[in-house]
Design a protein around this ligand. Structure first.
Ligand code: TLP
Length: 344
């Protein structure tokens, strides 16, 4: 059967051979009872890599973000989020559904909110208004085409947060992509926030799981909230073993994904109907608009599918994501299809 070129997401990556072996050999225990050595090893490794006191293994990025918001906030409070952020748009409203806090979405420049704009939007509690208790950041920013949020912007946001006594949570689902693209160690980003969530199951290719890292008392409480949400996992060492490989063997190769995304972006940006500035592609996500007399977005995606090329529609167009399981041939094949379908 002809190969599928699957650009829908870096979440589609399959575990590596080394991960399969590690799963088979993993030492396990009951993690809810606190005795799975492989989960403990992964949590200690994650905390060390991020320079935080402790870390917690969670089943998904969404649960990691949901748990963090729940621990940092209370009812009658408000959380500042970026308008296009994943936490605000793509996580089934857990801010209101689970934490019962009010989201306050702010505009940004390619995912980076203006720290003074944040300052202006922080509210002290009154009988009329909620108290702002948390700022959520996202780096890299998925819906801004994988943009890297500059460290300087995060530093300035930290100053604002400290001025007003507000916490910062970072959705760092792809923080290793940010680090590889910028050359800045993940610890430098993590140092500027109170908690960070990052995913093992995206470009790092683990089958399941994300990490939440932060201060010890925060993680202690997060562990209780994870259990309350049904996220306590028993012999999870089988999965955590893959997470250890993700963190120790899979980070450096993210550069290949970035290079392929750039090559794809440069090649298609020149074609009729494509709305894309390839200079803006910094990591592994290519989002572009399509305005072509022959194609609607659904019809174009359907035609690509007939050619065994998969991508996803997003609010501003189409998203292609590069990852371990797409190679140079897949990129060539996609470029060729674009050329055939869009040229006059
Ligand atoms: N993003 C998924 C989809 O939900 C869109 C993807 O394919 O990109 N934060 C960010 C920035 C994310 O991109 C995602 C997943 C999450 C959190 C949630 O992670 P999971 O899927 O593990 O709950």
């Amino acid at each position: 059967m002809e190969r599928w070129s699957d650009f829908r997401s870096d979440t589609v990556t399959k575990p590596t051979e080394a991960m399969r072996r590690a799963m088979a050999e993993a030492e396990v225990g009951d993690d809810v009872l606190g005795d799975d050595p492989t989960v403990q090893k992964l949590e200690a490794l994650a905390a060390e890599i991020m320079g935080k006191e402790a870390a917690l293994y969670v089943p998904s990025g969404t649960m990691g973000n949901a748990v963090a918001v729940k621990v940092w906030t209370r009812e009658l409070e408000e959380v500042i989020v970026e308008a296009r952020s994943h936490i605000y748009n793509m996580e089934s409203t857990h801010l209101t559904f689970i934490s019962r806090v009010n989201p306050r979405p702010l505009p940004s420049r390619r995912g980076a909110m203006d720290p003074e704009d944040i300052a202006r939007n922080i509210r002290q509690a009154s009988v009329h208004t909620p108290r702002t208790s948390l700022i959520c950041l996202e780096n890299t920013h998925n819906n801004w085409s994988g943009a890297v949020i500059p460290l300087e912007n995060m530093k300035a946001t930290r100053e604002v947060a400290d001025r007003f006594g507000v916490k910062i949570h970072l959705d760092g689902a792809r923080i290793f992509n940010a680090s590889i693209a910028s050359g800045i160690p993940v610890k430098e980003y993590a140092k500027l926030v109170d908690s960070i969530m990052f995913c093992l199951s995206k470009g790092l290719s683990a089958p399941v799981g994300s990490m939440l890292a932060g201060p010890k008392d925060f993680i202690d409480q997060a562990r209780r909230v994870r259990k309350a949400l049904g996220g306590g996992m028993r012999q999870a060492g089988v999965l955590a073993a893959c997470g250890i490989i993700a963190l120790t063997q899979m980070v450096d190769r993210l550069k290949e994904d970035h290079d392929r995304a750039k090559r794809l972006a440069k090649a298609i940006a020149e074609l009729p109907g494509i709305i894309l500035n390839p200079e803006e592609i910094e990591t592994n996500i290519v989002i572009f608009g399509l305005n072509h007399p022959r194609w609607s977005i659904p019809a174009f995606l359907e035609e690509l599918k007939k050619r065994h090329i998969l991508a996803l529609p997003v609010s501003r167009g189409i998203r292609f994501v590069t990852h371990k399981d797409v190679n140079d041939e897949d990129i060539d094949r996609a470029i060729e299809a674009f050329q055939q379908l869009l040229s006059f």
